[in-house]
Design a binder for this molecule. Structure first.
Ligand code: ADP
Ligand code: MG
Length: 622
């Protein structure tokens, strides 16, 4: 018997829409993106977004844009219907966010969608409901000019898709990111975002871009951004990049907007990384908000289902323009972390709030300086508020290492240690003590051993020691938290703040105590005593970066372990730190106490051993 040849059939429109929906609508955040884009395309001046249960239950976007005429409502939700393209050539000069005319049709196919709208010419509005792709009659409805679109029960008729949805928190994180991308690109539009009736963002119309950036990412970052711009022919690049004292462990804080549309582009990200080469540690990524403007016909936006990626006619030129713009700017800018002179106005115009934040910061710095000076009678006066961003300016307090090591070698002593007592005694040993090892290039320690010579990576060894020490303390619940005399406020992004509060317990286990402080600010109220040389703000950001990395929810033990590694890495002395003979001695003393002294927690070797025999052989003595 011949196998039956499957016959070719035309797919039903409903199936076509479902297939299209699979490409465009991946999760609730995709709905938020498409609806918001439509509202922006309709020239709205205010756009209100509300979602329930991360968007899986409900997404509602209300705008005051041009609206849709009653008789056109069925067309708006039909596939391949758009008011944005008229002829084929238009596809190559797209000036709107949407143009394919398939978003509403796709969404309507896999949800219960209600659209209510009124155009400026009409006296009253109209409403249309579509359930699983089946539209009802258009009925009159009272409403203001503009459009309200509500999408309920997303994926109700595509159960497989529904199963792929993550936790409410994760889905909302994506919604928040989609919202951020669109609201960042349109500072002249008033946006709001609510989740389960809680206000998440309220973004009034802002004059400058900086104000909008500050609303999302905090005034601290906004105050440390550098304006860059350049124009080459019709191509204009402008925007803000952060000083190297701000960086992230991933590239998610690199925002590129092309003619008002958020895009991702590997080449541009690469150019950004190149511009910061040598300014950031490996594994750190710069922060940037860049706008690219060019004639629409020089770029193809129709190459990616969600239009996230585009194809530039001359991407090589754009790459070099971005790179040279940034390099040029960096050459003429003092990039070390700067402290704003008192009274200097926040350029974004948020005078009062910026001033309050600054005063708060000054108070905190002052208080910390006071506390530090109680600890060390020899040191009078407060610490400088900010230290150099990297290398040279950094004034690492040399005593910290000694203190750490002390309390670790004899954990029982911790309570006997009066403020400064043991530490001072230790540091007052004659400084003439010879170093027990040779420090080379401020990063390796060369030690003569019985067997031969060992070369130690100072950062890797210290990291390993700290990691073991922290782990032992955390697992036995003995980590010592010091309540901060002046709790430290930290401005975070919404996603970071949510993660911080959600993982409050985990952070407490690590000795970091936080409290909500309104908006996206959290207050660090307690901090591990042994991490005195790492700024709480920096460490918290680092840990939140880790927590937000990947949406998987790993096993709690793994997560804790990962955070311990992060802390150890951050707190350890760095390659490039010059060590005193005492510090070298303290490091070496603890060497054998570590389980696996030959590897740092990342798995890189911490030490290389050359036996005498090997050296003899190499020098052809034997
Ligand atoms: P596209 O945005 O690619 O045109 P959509 O499916 O997203 O396709 O929208 C279809 C059409 O519905 C749009 O072209 C527009 O005419 C109309 N429309 C959708 N949302 C709105 C809105 N918020 N305000 C005014 N018109 C809208
Ligand atoms: Mg659209």
């Amino acid at each position: 018997m011949e196998p039956a040849v499957p016959s070719i059939r035309r797919l039903s429109q409903s199936l076509i829409n479902k297939i299209a929906a699979g490409e465009v609508i991946e999760r609730p955040a995709s709905v938020v993106k498409e609806l918001m884009e439509n509202a922006v395309d309709a020239s709205a001046s205010r756009i209100d977004v509300a979602v329930a249960s991360g968007g899986a239950e409900m997404v509602r976007v209300v705008d005051d844009g041009c609206g849709i005429a009653a008789d056109e409502l069925p067309l708006a939700v039909a596939s391949h219907a758009t008011n944005k393209l008229a002829e084929a050539d238009d596809l190559f000069r797209v000036a709107t966010l949407g143009f394919r005319g398939e978003a509403l049709a796709s969404i309507a196919e896999i949800s219960r969608l209600t659209v209510r709208s009124r155009s400026a010419e009409d006296q009253s509005g109209a409403e249309l409901e579509v359930v699983g792709g089946k539209p009802s009659e258009v009925v009159p409805a009272g409403c203001p000019v503009g459009t309200a679109l509500e999408v309920r029960n997303l994926f109700f008729n595509t159960p497989v898709r529904r199963k792929f949805l993550r936790t409410t928190g994760t889905e909302f994180g994506h919604v928040s990111e989609a919202f951020t991308r669109i609201a960042l690109a349109a500072p002249r539009v008033h946006f709001t975002l609510r989740h389960n009736d809680r206000e998440v963002f309220e973004l009034p119309v802002s004059d400058g871009w900086l104000e909008r950036i500050a609303r999302f990412f905090g005034r601290e970052l906004a105050g440390d951004l550098i304006w860059v711009e350049s124009a080459e022919g019709p191509v204009r690049i402008s925007g803000y990049v952060a000083r190297p004292s701000h960086s992230r462990s991933n590239n998610r804080m690199q925002y590129f907007f092309l003619n008002g549309r958020h895009i991702r582009d590997r080449a541009l990200q690469h150019a950004l990384g190149e511009a910061y080469r040598g300014l950031l540690m490996t594994g750190r990524y710069p922060i940037a908000f860049m706008m690219l403007e060019m004639p629409p016909e020089t770029v193809d936006v129709n190459v990616h289902p969600t239009k996230l990626e585009v194809r530039f006619q001359d991407s090589g030129r754009l790459y070099s323009q971005l790179l040279s713009t940034l390099r040029g700017k960096f050459l003429t800018t003092d990039l070390t972390a700067h402290v704003k002179p008192p009274g200097e106005d926040d350029p974004s115009g948020g005078h009062d709030q910026a001033r309050t934040t600054q005063l708060r910061q000054e108070l905190v710095d002052w208080a910390k300086g006071e506390v530090a000076s109680w600890d060390r009678p020899g040191h009078a006066g407060p610490e400088p508020a900010a230290r150099g961003a990297f290398g040279s300016g950094e004034s690492r307090r040399p005593l910290e290492l000694a203190r750490l090591d002390r309390s670790w070698t004899r954990p029982g002593d911790a309570t006997e240690e009066q403020p400064g007592g043991a530490v001072e005694a230790f540091s007052q040993q004659p400084a003439a003590r010879p170093a027990p090892a040779l420090q080379v290039h401020n990063r390796y320690l060369v030690v003569e051993t019985q067997q031969g010579v060992t070369i130690i990576d100072q950062h890797a060894l210290h990291e390993r020691i700290l990691y073991e020490q922290l782990r032992a303390r955390v697992t036995s619940g003995a980590i010592e938290t010091q309540n901060l005399l002046a709790p430290e406020p930290v401005d975070l992004s919404t996603a970071e703040a949510a993660a911080a509060l959600q993982q409050r317990e985990l952070l407490a286990q690590l000795g970091i105590k936080i409290e909500p402080f309104g908006g996206d600010t959290v207050l660090v109220t307690g901090y591990p005593a042994m991490l005195a040389n790492v700024k709480p703000v920096e460490l918290l950001r680092e840990l939140l970066d880790k927590l937000l990395e990947g949406s998987r929810a790993p096993d709690r033990g793994d997560l804790l372990d990962e955070l311990l590694h992060t802390i150890a890495c951050k707190a350890a002395i760095k390659a490039g730190d010059r060590l005193t003979p005492e510090e070298i001695a303290a490091l070496l003393e603890q060497r054998h106490l570590v389980d696996d002294p030959h590897h740092c927690p990342h798995g890189r070797p911490a030490a290389l051993v050359f036996t005498r025999e090997e050296l003899d052989r190499q020098f052809k003595r034997v």
